[in-house]
Structures are given as structure tokens and as C-alpha cells.
Design a protein around this ligand. Structure first.
Ligand SMILES: [Zn+2]
Length: 324
């Protein structure tokens, strides 16, 4: 099997994948499904639920959205774009090798690799000392699906494995208390191949469409953010900034952000908002080429940063809500 830096592999029991597919002339969309294990290559044909196949694209987005055992584990954007250090073979003597949420034999078990199965190694980190079938070590390997396995059970060639720079971003548990902020189609996706730093989704709502809080919470930011001029006029792509925007903090350290509002938002900092409450109205202030809602979801926040932004499509899908 040829190796590719953009290879994404899921191992484990009934791992669920979310995959973004598309091409240069069509927007990316996401498909859900499940398979026991497997590897996807850019350009590969992938069977999808409901029949048919799609061509694998945007594998960085795919790497950022591996759902394992009902919990969503997202890589940071940097990790999603990183190359693999190399591969190894799980060598346990028979039983499957456990993939865990943390580099510890006490960490939550997220899946397993069959004895003799291949693992894709991203980076290494110190953890529990393990005497395995291959070696005794306190090194754990973070795999491409953001789980950890003990290096004590991995047979591999000698190649440099970088230290893991940061812990992966772990999605909070699902709750039913969410809705979409506008009823509008996806016009630009999260971290797409064409816009790898696009930390949200663009929803093609028309000017003055009410923007609703995606869940109950507290307003933590009401900001005009433009590199020049004001937010009370239509912006353009030649200036920087999110225009008039609002951030709402929700339970579970989740922050949502709503950008490019047409005028000063309808809420103030410190205000409690209910799910569905109007925050403001769709516009095109700031760095924007036309009226739309740019919507972001951040976990382990505040603060909302590019590193803790997660795919709103994946986030909402896990709550039974479809952005397409
Ligand atoms: Zn956007």
C-alpha cells in the first residue's frame, strides 16, 4: 500500500468517519458513515452510505473530524495539516492494542488496533511506563486519529518522531440544546483545501436575516472588527476583520462566533441569551464579499482561537443538525 502524507486512517471498532468531499467547482460537503477500519488516500474512491462512491479530497478536513466510539476527537489545524512521522505495526502477541484518549493505560479506551495492524504515527509524548511485547518504555505515540498507543507494543523502523506539541482538542459531549443560527446553505466550508485557514462556515443567508443563538449562553463579545473604516457599511475582501460580530459562551466551555452583521448587534456583553434568541442580522461588514453569516464553533474556550476552532458541520451533525 503506498504511503501518502495526506493519508488518513481510522482503526478501531466501528469507527465513524465524517468526510468532506468536493472538487474545485463544487463546494465541499460532508458525509457520515462507519467502517471498522481502513485507510483513505487522496483520490481514492470511497463507498458512502446510501450507495455510490466519492473521490477522497480535503483529507486535512477529514483528519480533523475522526469520530471514535461516540466521542469526537478533533486535531488542531496544525496537526491536521502535519505529515506523518511514519508507520508501525502493532505487536501484542495476540490481543488487540488499545487506543486511548490520553497517554496512559488508565486513559479512556477509544478503540483498538488488531495485532499485526498498521498504525500511522504523528508524534510522541511521555506517559505511563509500559513493558510491552516490543520494548519497555514510557513513550506513547499519538496516531493520526488523535488516540494514543504505548510504543511498547509498536514495531517500527527507526525514524524521527516529533514530540507532540499540544494535546488534541476534544469535543464536549453531545446535548440536544442546539439549533442552527440561520436556515441557509453552506457556501464555504471549514478548513477547505482552497481556504485552509477558514475557521468557520459561511452560510448563504440574505441581508437582514435574523441570526439566532445556536444554544443558550452568555454574550461575551460584541465587537466591530475591521482593519479600516467602520462596520456600519458593506465591507469587501480588501480589508481584514470579522465586521460586527458576537461571541456567545455556552455550557461545556463552548464558544460560538457570528460575523459580518449588517449593523450593531442586538445584544450586549454580559447578556444571557436563550437558544434561538436573535443576536443580530446578516450583513457583509468586514472582510466579506457579500451578505452571509460566517459562523464558528470553539471548544475549550474562551478564548476563541484559530487553534480551538472545530468544524461547525461536524459539531452540529453530532447534535443531529445538518449544515449542507
Ligand atoms: Zn467565512
Amino acid at each position: 500500500m503506498p504511503l501518502s502524507p495526506s493519508l488518513v486512517r481510522f482503526d478501531g471498532m466501528g469507527a465513524v468517519y465524517a468526510i468532506s468531499v468536493g472538487n474545485c467547482s463544487a463546494p465541499a460537503r460532508e458525509l457520515g458513515g462507519s467502517r471498522r477500519s481502513g485507510a483513505f488516500f487522496e483520490g481514492a474512491r470511497i463507498r458512502v452510505p446510501g450507495g455510490g462512491t466519492v473521490k477522497a479530497r480535503y483529507l486535512a478536513a477529514l483528519a480533523a473530524a475522526a469520530v471514535l466510539g461516540g466521542s469526537l476527537v478533533a486535531t488542531t489545524p496544525a496537526a491536521a495539516a502535519a505529515k506523518y512521522a511514519g508507520t508501525g505495526i502493532a505487536q501484542t502477541g495476540g490481543t488487540p492494542l488499545n487506543m486511548r484518549r490520553t497517554p496512559s493505560s488508565a486513559g479512556e479506551r477509544l478503540g483498538e488496533v488488531t495485532n499485526g495492524g498498521t498504525v500511522w504515527i504523528m508524534c510522541q509524548i511521555k506517559g505511563d511506563r509500559i513493558t510491552g511485547a516490543v520494548r519497555t518504555t514510557d513513550v506513547w505515540l499519538r496516531l493520526a486519529n488523535n488516540t494514543y498507543v504505548s510504543d511498547g507494543y509498536v514495531r517500527r523502523a527507526s525514524f524521527p518522531i516529533p514530540a507532540c506539541a499540544s494535546a488534541p482538542v476534544v469535543m464536549p459531549p453531545v446535548s440536544g440544546a442546539w439549533q442552527l443560527p440561520v436556515a441557509a446553505g453552506l457556501v464555504s466550508g471549514f478548513h477547505t483545501a482552497q481556504r485552509p485557514t477558514h475557521a468557520g462556515v459561511d452560510l448563504g443567508a440574505t441581508r437582514n436575516t435574523p441570526i439566532r443563538a445556536a444554544s443558550a449562553g452568555s454574550v461575551i463579545r460584541v465587537v466591530c472588527n475591521v482593519s479600516q473604516g467602520t462596520c456600519d457599511v458593506d465591507g469587501n475582501r480588501g480589508i481584514a476583520g470579522c465586521g460586527w460580530y458576537v461571541e456567545v459562551q455556552h455550557a461545556g466551555n463552548i464558544v460560538t462566533r457570528y460575523c459580518h452583521m449588517v449593523r450593531r448587534p442586538s445584544v450586549v456583553v454580559g447578556q444571557r441569551v436563550a437558544k434561538g434568541q436573535i443576536l443580530g442580522y446578516v450583513g457583509t461588514s468586514g472582510s466579506s464579499s457579500g451578505p452571509h453569516l460566517h459562523f464558528e464553533v470553539h471548544v475549550n474556550a474562551p478564548p476563541a482561537t484559530s487553534a480551538n476552532a472545530v468544524s461547525p458541520i461536524t459539531f452540529m451533525r453530532a447534535r443531529g443538525l445538518v449544515i449542507k
